[in-house]
Write a protein that binds this ligand. Structure first.
Ligand code: OOG
Ligand code: NI
Length: 464
């Protein structure tokens, strides 16, 4: 088939993201309520804070905001992870970053599947936080065996999905009809299954070891456990949730409120109780809590230097609090966070001068008009000072391990605390994945460099 008949992976991802949102709205009606709240708040912010709207117009984020969301899944075996990677590849999603959650008492490690080029991200920023269960961390050999045996028997992909994945690998793409079929087939992997693959007693055993283990092992597939829209004001969301009948978690994860947001702020609400039919319970039903809602606000991607500063300030905040933030110390935590982060400059120019964040550069009208003048400035600093180049922070496209741990814990319940020590094992994760995960910092640096090249061209300069 000629290549021009293929649908672009970006477009398949956009379709899939929309289909997933529709499915999740049906499965978890509160998600629909949350989308309404987020849309209201985003419109308010755009109307009341013209400088925010202006920045989003420069970067093009204004066009992707309404369809921006991330999901999360947890898979059980190396084979499942490797096949998920092939499935996501059909949609132009690649594994970026390695996250070790074992140090936070959650027996998984993870990556984020997402588009990596700014143009692709502009079409659809859809991303999926994907965790692999680490049975090797479970110090209970019989239970580990049981889990292995159950997982070995399941097939989380439809036969047609596997065919279409292989077809795309062979031919290099999918035509419109096949792409549509692929989206529908791929959805099955992520849907909720009311029928468990285990008996009520097995479920209890898995659950008693760790709630997460039951969630991964006892079901037919890696149901999407949340879908997270992006808000421009997470504070307003946190305050607005109770009135909509949505109880938020105690604290917002990530950095404090700032004029210029950095990285990622997240809040979530508790898992739903869902009805489950265990294998030996024909007629009667049990229940399982797994799925929840989450909201995020995204800000500037930080350089290694900026990230070090972020990590240091977050650590200092937690040390000063003397424990993990929870309901009882929430107010003190937020105050301490604000206090400690006063050290992080809240000004784009300063953040740029100090090399704390990545940026995107744009040639302005003024710059374009002057592109053939002999005496125009030619250095980046000179061009910025003269108003020939405008800059905006590059948006953070990834996740944060401490925040992710907080999200896991809030929906697993505080009783689920476990100790696995620090067990990062990126090599094992990549061996399971069958690929290396990409370095997110290198991706931001590339994106920044590309924006400078585009600028140089527009301004008729060799390089900047
Ligand atoms: C994933 C939790 C992490 C985030 O946004 O940091 C996460 C999970 O519960 O499976 O989604
Ligand atoms: Ni999430």
């Amino acid at each position: 088939m000629p290549a021009h008949d293929f649908v672009s992976p970006d477009s398949i991802r956009a379709q899939f993201s929309a289909a997933m949102s529709l499915m999740y709205k049906q499965e978890v009606p509160l998600y629909g309520t949350l989308l309404e709240l987020v849309s209201e708040i985003n419109q308010q912010v755009m109307a009341q804070q013209p400088q925010v709207a202006e920045a989003l117009r420069w970067t093009g984020e204004v066009e992707r905001l309404d369809q921006e969301r991330h999901g999360a899944i947890r898979v059980g075996t190396a084979e499942e992870l490797a096949t998920i990677a092939r499935l996501f590849a059909v949609m132009g999603m690649q594994p970026v970053g390695y996250y070790d959650l074992s140090s936070a008492g959650v027996p998984v490690h993870s990556t984020a599947f997402r588009a990596v080029h700014e143009q692709s991200l502009h079409v659809s920023p859809f991303r999926v936080f994907t965790s692999l269960l680490r049975l090797e961390l479970i110090d209970n050999p019989p239970l580990r065996e049981l889990a292995h045996a159950i997982l070995a028997k399941r097939q989380i992909f439809t036969a047609r999905a596997l065919e279409l994945i292989a077809q795309r690998e062979r031919d290099g793409g999918l035509n419109a009809t096949d792409a549509e079929a692929f989206v529908q087939e791929a959805l099955h992997t992520f849907r909720w299954h009311h029928d468990a693959t285990v008996t009520a007693e097995q479920y209890q055993q898995l659950h008693d070891q760790h709630r997460l283990i039951a969630d991964v092992v006892a079901f037919k597939g890696p149901h999407i456990n949340h879908l997270t829209p992006r808000t421009l004001d997470i504070e307003a969301i946190q305050l607005g949730m109770p009135a909509k009948g949505i109880p938020p978690k105690a604290v917002v994860e990530g950095p404090p409120t700032r004029r210029h947001p950095i990285l990622l702020r997240q809040t979530s609400f508790k898992a739903l109780q869902e009805k489950v039919a265990f294998r030996d319970q024909h007629g009667s039903e049990g229940s399982h809590t797994a799925r929840f809602g989450e909201i995020e606000q995204r800000g500037a991607a930080l350089t290694p230097k900026g990230r070090q500063l972020y990590d240091r300030l977050l650590d200092a905040t937690r040390a000063a609090l003397g424990g993990a933030p929870a309901e009882a110390n929430a107010e003190r935590y937020m105050a301490l966070l604000q206090e400690h982060f006063a050290e992080f400059p809240d000004d784009l120019a300063q953040m740029r001068e100090q090399g704390l964040a990545y940026f995107r550069y744009f040639a302005t009208e003024k710059g374009r008009a002057a592109r053939d003048q002999q005496d125009r400035p030619t250095t980046l600093e000179g061009l910025i000072a003269a108003g020939h180049v405008h800059f905006e922070a590059l948006v953070y496209e990834d996740f944060l391990p401490v925040s992710a741990a907080g999200i896991f814990q809030s929906n697993l319940g505080d009783d689920a605390q476990a100790e696995y020590g620090s067990n990062a094992n990126r090599d094992a994760f990549e061996a399971a994945l069958g690929l290396q995960v990409q370095d997110e910092l290198a991706l931001y640096a590339q994106s920044e460099r590309r924006s400078l090249q585009v600028c140089a061209q527009a301004l008729n300069l060799g390089a900047m």
